[in-house]
Design a binder for this molecule. Structure first.
Ligand SMILES: C[S@@+](CC[C@H](N)C(=O)[O-])C[C@H]1O[C@@H](n2cnc3c(N)ncnc32)[C@H](O)[C@@H]1O
Length: 279
Protein backbone atom coordinates (compact mmCIF):
# COMPACT_ATOMS: atom_id res chain seq x y z
CA UNK A 1 0.00 0.00 0.00
CA UNK A 2 1.01 3.63 -0.25
CA UNK A 3 3.50 4.87 2.32
CA UNK A 4 5.37 8.19 2.24
CA UNK A 5 7.05 9.42 0.09
CA UNK A 6 4.82 7.57 -2.40
CA UNK A 7 1.53 9.22 -3.32
CA UNK A 8 0.47 6.98 -6.23
CA UNK A 9 1.46 3.82 -8.09
CA UNK A 10 3.50 4.05 -11.26
CA UNK A 11 5.87 1.16 -12.05
CA UNK A 12 5.40 -2.19 -10.30
CA UNK A 13 8.34 -4.55 -9.80
CA UNK A 14 7.01 -7.98 -8.95
CA UNK A 15 9.02 -10.93 -7.60
CA UNK A 16 7.45 -14.33 -6.96
CA UNK A 17 9.44 -16.46 -4.48
CA UNK A 18 8.93 -20.18 -4.13
CA UNK A 19 8.33 -19.96 -0.37
CA UNK A 20 6.82 -17.68 2.21
CA UNK A 21 9.45 -17.77 4.99
CA UNK A 22 11.65 -15.00 3.61
CA UNK A 23 12.46 -13.27 6.91
CA UNK A 24 11.81 -9.61 7.65
CA UNK A 25 11.75 -7.39 4.57
CA UNK A 26 11.95 -3.81 5.70
CA UNK A 27 12.32 -1.84 2.50
CA UNK A 28 10.91 1.66 1.90
CA UNK A 29 9.88 0.74 -1.65
CA UNK A 30 7.91 -2.38 -0.67
CA UNK A 31 4.22 -2.08 -1.57
CA UNK A 32 3.27 -5.37 0.01
CA UNK A 33 3.59 -9.15 0.08
CA UNK A 34 0.93 -11.32 -1.42
CA UNK A 35 0.86 -14.89 -0.10
CA UNK A 36 -0.51 -17.37 -2.61
CA UNK A 37 -0.55 -21.01 -1.55
CA UNK A 38 3.04 -21.56 -0.38
CA UNK A 39 4.64 -18.83 -2.48
CA UNK A 40 5.20 -15.12 -1.78
CA UNK A 41 4.77 -12.37 -4.35
CA UNK A 42 6.50 -9.13 -3.41
CA UNK A 43 5.48 -5.84 -5.04
CA UNK A 44 7.90 -2.87 -5.09
CA UNK A 45 7.85 0.64 -6.52
CA UNK A 46 11.48 0.22 -7.66
CA UNK A 47 13.70 -2.45 -9.18
CA UNK A 48 15.13 -4.64 -6.37
CA UNK A 49 17.56 -7.12 -7.93
CA UNK A 50 20.16 -6.79 -5.15
CA UNK A 51 17.62 -7.15 -2.36
CA UNK A 52 16.07 -10.17 -4.10
CA UNK A 53 19.48 -11.83 -4.38
CA UNK A 54 20.17 -11.29 -0.69
CA UNK A 55 16.71 -12.66 0.26
CA UNK A 56 17.41 -15.76 -1.85
CA UNK A 57 20.85 -16.19 -0.28
CA UNK A 58 19.71 -15.94 3.32
CA UNK A 59 16.46 -17.93 2.98
CA UNK A 60 17.37 -20.45 0.28
CA UNK A 61 14.35 -19.25 -1.73
CA UNK A 62 14.24 -19.27 -5.52
CA UNK A 63 12.53 -16.82 -7.85
CA UNK A 64 9.68 -18.41 -9.83
CA UNK A 65 9.09 -15.33 -11.95
CA UNK A 66 9.68 -11.62 -11.96
CA UNK A 67 7.95 -8.86 -13.88
CA UNK A 68 8.01 -5.13 -14.40
CA UNK A 69 4.76 -3.53 -15.45
CA UNK A 70 3.04 -0.24 -15.02
CA UNK A 71 0.10 0.18 -12.70
CA UNK A 72 -2.36 0.70 -15.53
CA UNK A 73 -1.39 -2.67 -17.02
CA UNK A 74 -1.87 -4.30 -13.62
CA UNK A 75 -5.35 -2.76 -13.51
CA UNK A 76 -6.33 -4.34 -16.85
CA UNK A 77 -5.35 -1.24 -18.87
CA UNK A 78 -7.62 1.06 -16.86
CA UNK A 79 -6.85 4.38 -15.25
CA UNK A 80 -7.85 4.18 -11.60
CA UNK A 81 -9.57 7.46 -11.05
CA UNK A 82 -12.48 9.00 -9.12
CA UNK A 83 -15.89 7.51 -9.89
CA UNK A 84 -19.37 7.91 -8.58
CA UNK A 85 -22.09 5.45 -7.62
CA UNK A 86 -24.59 7.96 -6.23
CA UNK A 87 -24.68 8.96 -3.46
CA UNK A 88 -21.13 7.58 -3.06
CA UNK A 89 -18.08 9.11 -4.67
CA UNK A 90 -14.95 6.96 -4.56
CA UNK A 91 -11.57 8.68 -4.88
CA UNK A 92 -8.18 6.97 -5.05
CA UNK A 93 -5.77 8.59 -2.60
CA UNK A 94 -3.96 10.49 -5.36
CA UNK A 95 -7.17 12.33 -6.29
CA UNK A 96 -8.59 13.05 -2.85
CA UNK A 97 -7.45 16.70 -3.08
CA UNK A 98 -9.60 17.17 -6.17
CA UNK A 99 -12.84 16.20 -4.41
CA UNK A 100 -15.09 19.21 -4.16
CA UNK A 101 -17.10 19.62 -1.02
CA UNK A 102 -20.68 18.96 -2.06
CA UNK A 103 -23.16 17.95 0.58
CA UNK A 104 -24.89 15.37 -1.58
CA UNK A 105 -21.84 13.18 -2.23
CA UNK A 106 -20.62 10.73 0.39
CA UNK A 107 -16.87 10.31 -0.15
CA UNK A 108 -14.89 7.09 0.12
CA UNK A 109 -11.10 7.48 0.16
CA UNK A 110 -9.39 4.43 -1.25
CA UNK A 111 -5.90 3.04 -1.49
CA UNK A 112 -6.62 0.36 -4.12
CA UNK A 113 -3.01 -0.87 -3.93
CA UNK A 114 -2.60 -4.03 -6.04
CA UNK A 115 -5.64 -5.70 -4.47
CA UNK A 116 -8.97 -6.62 -6.10
CA UNK A 117 -11.55 -3.93 -5.38
CA UNK A 118 -10.49 -0.67 -7.03
CA UNK A 119 -14.11 -0.33 -8.14
CA UNK A 120 -13.26 -0.71 -11.82
CA UNK A 121 -14.03 -4.39 -12.23
CA UNK A 122 -17.61 -4.91 -13.46
CA UNK A 123 -18.47 -7.21 -10.54
CA UNK A 124 -17.30 -4.73 -7.89
CA UNK A 125 -19.22 -1.95 -9.60
CA UNK A 126 -22.38 -4.07 -9.87
CA UNK A 127 -22.18 -4.98 -6.16
CA UNK A 128 -21.65 -1.35 -5.16
CA UNK A 129 -24.62 -0.28 -7.27
CA UNK A 130 -26.91 -2.85 -5.67
CA UNK A 131 -25.65 -1.96 -2.19
CA UNK A 132 -26.38 1.74 -2.78
CA UNK A 133 -29.79 0.93 -4.27
CA UNK A 134 -30.71 -1.27 -1.31
CA UNK A 135 -29.44 1.11 1.34
CA UNK A 136 -30.57 4.40 -0.21
CA UNK A 137 -34.12 3.43 -1.02
CA UNK A 138 -34.54 -0.18 0.04
CA UNK A 139 -37.72 -1.29 1.75
CA UNK A 140 -36.04 -2.53 4.91
CA UNK A 141 -33.27 -1.41 7.16
CA UNK A 142 -29.97 -3.25 6.79
CA UNK A 143 -27.99 -3.05 10.02
CA UNK A 144 -25.58 -5.96 9.80
CA UNK A 145 -23.53 -7.37 6.94
CA UNK A 146 -20.91 -9.94 6.09
CA UNK A 147 -18.52 -9.24 3.18
CA UNK A 148 -17.03 -12.50 1.92
CA UNK A 149 -13.75 -11.84 0.07
CA UNK A 150 -13.44 -8.15 0.87
CA UNK A 151 -10.32 -7.27 -1.17
CA UNK A 152 -9.71 -3.53 -0.64
CA UNK A 153 -12.79 -3.38 1.59
CA UNK A 154 -14.64 -1.12 -0.85
CA UNK A 155 -18.04 -2.86 -0.61
CA UNK A 156 -17.93 -2.80 3.19
CA UNK A 157 -16.96 0.88 3.11
CA UNK A 158 -19.86 1.68 0.80
CA UNK A 159 -22.28 -0.09 3.13
CA UNK A 160 -20.79 1.53 6.24
CA UNK A 161 -21.00 5.01 4.74
CA UNK A 162 -24.66 4.35 3.97
CA UNK A 163 -25.40 3.42 7.57
CA UNK A 164 -24.82 -0.31 8.07
CA UNK A 165 -23.78 -0.53 11.71
CA UNK A 166 -21.86 -3.81 11.97
CA UNK A 167 -19.88 -5.36 9.15
CA UNK A 168 -17.53 -8.32 9.22
CA UNK A 169 -15.19 -8.32 6.20
CA UNK A 170 -13.23 -11.51 5.42
CA UNK A 171 -10.31 -12.27 3.15
CA UNK A 172 -7.68 -15.00 3.10
CA UNK A 173 -5.01 -12.74 1.61
CA UNK A 174 -3.09 -11.01 4.45
CA UNK A 175 -2.08 -8.22 2.08
CA UNK A 176 -5.74 -7.60 1.17
CA UNK A 177 -6.60 -7.48 4.89
CA UNK A 178 -3.88 -4.87 5.56
CA UNK A 179 -5.12 -2.75 2.65
CA UNK A 180 -8.74 -3.11 3.78
CA UNK A 181 -7.73 -2.16 7.33
CA UNK A 182 -5.93 0.91 6.04
CA UNK A 183 -8.99 1.91 3.98
CA UNK A 184 -11.24 1.42 7.01
CA UNK A 185 -8.97 3.82 8.97
CA UNK A 186 -8.81 6.34 6.14
CA UNK A 187 -12.60 6.52 6.19
CA UNK A 188 -12.97 6.46 9.99
CA UNK A 189 -15.14 3.33 9.76
CA UNK A 190 -13.32 1.34 12.44
CA UNK A 191 -16.38 1.22 14.71
CA UNK A 192 -18.48 -0.35 11.96
CA UNK A 193 -16.12 -2.63 10.02
CA UNK A 194 -14.04 -5.47 11.39
CA UNK A 195 -11.59 -6.98 8.88
CA UNK A 196 -10.71 -10.64 9.45
CA UNK A 197 -8.06 -12.79 7.82
CA UNK A 198 -9.80 -16.12 7.23
CA UNK A 199 -9.72 -18.81 4.58
CA UNK A 200 -13.41 -19.21 3.82
CA UNK A 201 -12.90 -22.68 2.36
CA UNK A 202 -14.21 -24.84 5.14
CA UNK A 203 -14.57 -21.95 7.61
CA UNK A 204 -17.90 -20.34 6.90
CA UNK A 205 -18.50 -17.37 9.22
CA UNK A 206 -21.76 -16.72 11.04
CA UNK A 207 -24.29 -15.56 8.45
CA UNK A 208 -27.02 -14.47 10.87
CA UNK A 209 -26.97 -10.96 9.41
CA UNK A 210 -29.22 -8.77 7.28
CA UNK A 211 -27.00 -8.88 4.21
CA UNK A 212 -24.32 -11.21 2.87
CA UNK A 213 -22.18 -9.91 -0.01
CA UNK A 214 -20.13 -12.52 -1.86
CA UNK A 215 -18.21 -11.39 -4.94
CA UNK A 216 -16.12 -14.53 -5.29
CA UNK A 217 -15.64 -17.37 -7.77
CA UNK A 218 -17.65 -20.36 -8.90
CA UNK A 219 -16.01 -23.05 -6.71
CA UNK A 220 -16.35 -21.18 -3.44
CA UNK A 221 -19.88 -20.01 -4.27
CA UNK A 222 -20.91 -23.62 -4.96
CA UNK A 223 -19.44 -24.71 -1.61
CA UNK A 224 -21.41 -21.98 0.16
CA UNK A 225 -24.66 -22.71 -1.68
CA UNK A 226 -24.52 -26.38 -0.66
CA UNK A 227 -23.96 -25.52 2.99
CA UNK A 228 -27.27 -24.98 4.87
CA UNK A 229 -25.43 -22.71 7.34
CA UNK A 230 -24.84 -20.22 4.54
CA UNK A 231 -28.56 -19.46 4.29
CA UNK A 232 -29.24 -17.59 7.54
CA UNK A 233 -29.18 -14.02 6.21
CA UNK A 234 -32.12 -11.97 4.93
CA UNK A 235 -30.51 -10.82 1.68
CA UNK A 236 -27.63 -11.99 -0.52
CA UNK A 237 -25.69 -10.13 -3.18
CA UNK A 238 -23.85 -12.78 -5.17
CA UNK A 239 -21.42 -12.03 -8.00
CA UNK A 240 -18.19 -13.19 -9.64
CA UNK A 241 -19.69 -15.52 -12.23
CA UNK A 242 -20.44 -15.49 -15.97
CA UNK A 243 -23.48 -16.81 -17.89
CA UNK A 244 -21.98 -20.24 -18.59
CA UNK A 245 -21.81 -20.85 -14.81
CA UNK A 246 -25.34 -19.69 -14.05
CA UNK A 247 -27.14 -22.96 -14.65
CA UNK A 248 -24.89 -24.93 -12.30
CA UNK A 249 -25.01 -22.22 -9.63
CA UNK A 250 -28.79 -21.81 -9.90
CA UNK A 251 -29.25 -25.57 -9.50
CA UNK A 252 -27.31 -25.42 -6.22
CA UNK A 253 -29.60 -22.77 -4.69
CA UNK A 254 -32.24 -23.92 -2.16
CA UNK A 255 -35.04 -22.23 -4.14
CA UNK A 256 -37.71 -23.48 -1.72
CA UNK A 257 -36.60 -20.73 0.66
CA UNK A 258 -35.11 -18.13 -1.71
CA UNK A 259 -36.48 -15.53 -4.05
CA UNK A 260 -34.39 -14.19 -6.91
CA UNK A 261 -35.18 -10.48 -6.63
CA UNK A 262 -32.84 -9.20 -9.32
CA UNK A 263 -30.39 -10.31 -11.94
CA UNK A 264 -27.97 -7.68 -13.20
CA UNK A 265 -25.22 -7.81 -15.78
CA UNK A 266 -22.20 -5.82 -16.85
CA UNK A 267 -19.93 -7.03 -19.63
CA UNK A 268 -19.83 -10.78 -19.29
CA UNK A 269 -20.37 -10.66 -15.52
CA UNK A 270 -23.53 -11.38 -13.60
CA UNK A 271 -24.99 -10.55 -10.19
CA UNK A 272 -27.95 -11.91 -8.28
CA UNK A 273 -29.84 -10.28 -5.46
CA UNK A 274 -31.59 -12.97 -3.40
CA UNK A 275 -34.05 -12.71 -0.54
CA UNK A 276 -34.35 -15.42 2.04
CA UNK A 277 -37.53 -16.53 3.72
CA UNK A 278 -36.58 -19.46 5.96
CA UNK A 279 -39.42 -21.85 6.73
C1 LIG B 1 -13.32 -11.06 -6.78
S1 LIG B 1 -12.44 -10.45 -5.39
C2 LIG B 1 -13.68 -9.36 -4.68
C3 LIG B 1 -13.09 -8.24 -3.89
C4 LIG B 1 -14.11 -7.17 -3.46
N1 LIG B 1 -15.12 -7.73 -2.57
C5 LIG B 1 -14.79 -6.57 -4.67
O1 LIG B 1 -15.99 -6.82 -4.85
O2 LIG B 1 -14.12 -5.89 -5.42
C6 LIG B 1 -12.47 -11.85 -4.31
C7 LIG B 1 -11.71 -11.68 -3.02
O3 LIG B 1 -11.91 -12.89 -2.29
C8 LIG B 1 -10.70 -13.28 -1.70
N2 LIG B 1 -10.74 -14.75 -1.57
C9 LIG B 1 -10.56 -15.69 -2.54
N3 LIG B 1 -10.64 -16.91 -2.01
C10 LIG B 1 -10.85 -16.77 -0.69
C11 LIG B 1 -10.98 -17.67 0.40
N4 LIG B 1 -10.91 -18.98 0.21
N5 LIG B 1 -11.18 -17.17 1.62
C12 LIG B 1 -11.25 -15.84 1.83
N6 LIG B 1 -11.13 -14.92 0.84
C13 LIG B 1 -10.92 -15.38 -0.41
C14 LIG B 1 -9.60 -12.79 -2.63
O4 LIG B 1 -8.38 -12.63 -1.94
C15 LIG B 1 -10.20 -11.49 -3.17
O5 LIG B 1 -9.78 -10.38 -2.39
Amino acid sequence: MLKPPYTHYDQLFVYNFDRIDLGLIDDPDLIGTWIEDDTAILFFHEEKQKLVESICQRSGAKILYEANLNYQDWEAGLDITTFSVPPLIVAPLWEVDQLTDTTKDIPIYLDPSVIFGSGFHPTTRLCLQVITDMLSSGPEEIQTMVDLGTGTGLLSLGAAKLGVKQIRAYDNNPFACSVADKNVDLNSCGKQIQVMETDLRGALPDTNVDLVVANLYRGLLLDFFQNPDFWNARYYIISGFIPSMEEELLAALPMNQLKLLERRKSDTWRLWLLANSPA
